[in-house]
Design a binder for this molecule. Structure first.
Ligand SMILES: *Cc1c(COP(=O)(O)O)cnc(C)c1O
Length: 369
């Protein structure tokens, strides 16, 4: 059994994907070819935003967002401590200072109360200037944007929504990728919408941001490619990857519906044997991961592995515990929730091609413990 079965998906979509790739090979426009623009328009429609700017990967997408907002040395960016390294890495990469914040014990997303405390703490004790919040839609669940937006407004902060895992998630019907002043996603193969290599995108409704982003992804270009008006990156999505994504986007809603059914089946079968994911009212997860909490993690993983079933730990190390951030952090918050999660979380196989029988087998192994 695969943790995320990309082969099963490819077998389903093979003829369409192969045809799309062949079209690119025939026209030969490998960089910013017509499929890239077609994908950006399709993503505008799907996410319901005005501008999609595709780029090379989800980490660049975050860096591009920070560069667009002119965030750098002397600035503070708040970020959950329980996330993938890239969400925090980019803050230091552009020379700004990360301030890590604890997460909510039920949703695992940025805790609004802890965030506000941390902002007040920074304002009273640091000369650095708070500029933005990188909110992460962890494991597929959008963060608490109704509350985060209020806080951002009150303290004049921008929101960068890291939706690398949240693409396809919703709050009251509104899609992830549309909540931040700028939102980002990743098309890394194992993400909810993945291509066959690296890829990413930035979403915004702000036209000025969109123009800067389009310049930044091509070496800070001006009117033409050899007229450079700012320092940028080389960060484009390959045309072949856009072609793959166009085909995958067509089946994406059906895949989400299947994953929703799998999540419900898991939760029903597990009963009280572990703490299953909490989805607040009005929210929908993109089910990037199905992550449970348990005090018997080691035992569970051993039993699953013995049966040939993969289980993963996302994440064992919080950002405030990463050596890379030693001496780069100015405010030390407390992180009791995140530290406990790091000890108790376990992610189970989750993809749209999982069979009912697989789910029953996993539940049987875990419950018979
Ligand atoms: C995967 C991921 C990223 C980075 O995306 P890449 O395409 O791998 O660079 C950023 N943030 C989160 C939360 C992720 O899961």
């Amino acid at each position: 059994m695969q943790f995320i079965d990309l082969q099963a998906q490819y077998q389903e979509l093979k003829s369409n994907i192969d045809r799309r790739i062949q079209t690119v090979l025939n026209h030969g426009k490998y960089i910013l070819g017509p499929e890239v623009q077609e994908l950006e328009e399709a993503l505008n429609q799907y996410v319901n935003v005005e501008h999609t700017i595709t780029c090379a990967n989800g980490t660049d997408a975050l860096q591009l967002a920070l560069m667009t907002m002119d965030i750098g040395p002397g600035d503070i960016v708040f970020c959950p401590t329980f996330t993938f390294f890239a969400s925090a890495e980019v803050i230091s990469l552009v020379g700004a200072t990360p301030v890590f914040v604890d997460v909510d014990s039920q949703t695992f997303n940025l805790c609004p109360e802890a965030l506000e405390k941390s902002i007040v703490n920074v304002l009273t004790s640091s000369k650095l200037k708070p500029k933005a919040i990188i909110s992460v839609d962890l494991f597929g669940l959008p963060a608490d944007y109704p509350k985060l937006k209020k806080i951002a407004k009150q303290y004049d902060l921008k929101i960068i929504e890291d939706s690398a895992q949240g693409f396809g998630g919703k709050i009251d019907g509104q899609l992830a990728g549309s909540f931040g002043d700028i939102a980002t996603t990743s098309f890394f193969p194992a993400k909810p919408l993945g291509c066959y290599g690296d890829g990413g995108a930035v979403f915004t409704n702000n036209e000025d941001y969109a123009n800067i982003l389009k310049s930044l992804r091509v070496h800070g270009k001006g009117q033409d490619k050899y007229d450079n008006i700012r320092i940028g990156l080389n960060s484009r999505l390959d045309t072949i990857q856009a072609a793959v994504l166009l085909e995958k986007l067509k089946v994406f809603p059906a895949e989400l519906a299947r994953k929703e059914a799998i999540a419900n089946q898991y939760s029903t079968l597990f009963g009280d044997a572990m703490v299953t994911p909490y989805i607040p009212k009005g929210y929908q997860s993109a089910w990037a991961q199905f992550t449970v909490k348990t005090t018997q993690r080691d035992k569970f993983i051993k039993k699953l592995n013995l049966a040939g079933i993969p289980a993963m730990i996302y994440y064992q190390t919080c950002m405030h515990q990463q050596q890379a951030f030693d001496n780069k952090v100015v405010i030390n918050n407390a992180f009791p929730v995140a530290e406990l999660l790091a000890q108790q979380v376990m992610s189970l196989p989750m993809h749209a091609y999982l069979k009912d029988q697989d789910i029953e087998n996993i539940a049987e192994i875990l419950i018979s413990s």
